[in-house]
Design a protein around this ligand. Structure first.
Ligand code: SF4
Length: 81
């Protein structure tokens, strides 16, 4: 029987992953959400899905700024090839 991996955020407050803004208390909230992701067995696939769907909030251990940066770097790499 295949083992079903469970997301680390499964039983937590979903609001944690959708901070309002990127300053002040939101910074702490974002870091707290990322800490949950870092112990999640689905982090990589979650991140890939968030990149493909242009999600808002924290997914796969990244926030929106992180993912924008990743996309820019990927685009630059593709352009350089
Ligand atoms: S990586 Fe994705 S599934 Fe895992 S805790 Fe973070 S948001 Fe939830």
């Amino acid at each position: 029987m295949p083992i079903r991996l469970r997301p680390a955020c499964e039983d937590g407050d979903p609001e944690l992953f959708f901070p309002t803004g990127t300053t002040g208390m939101a910074v702490l909230q974002i870091e707290e959400a990322k800490a949950v992701c870092r112990r999640c067995p689905l982090m990589e696939s979650c991140l890939q899905g968030a990149l493909e769907r242009n999600e808002l909030g924290v997914w796969g251990g990244t926030d929106e700024d992180d993912r924008r940066g990743m996309k820019r770097r990927r685009a630059r790499k593709r352009a350089a090839v």
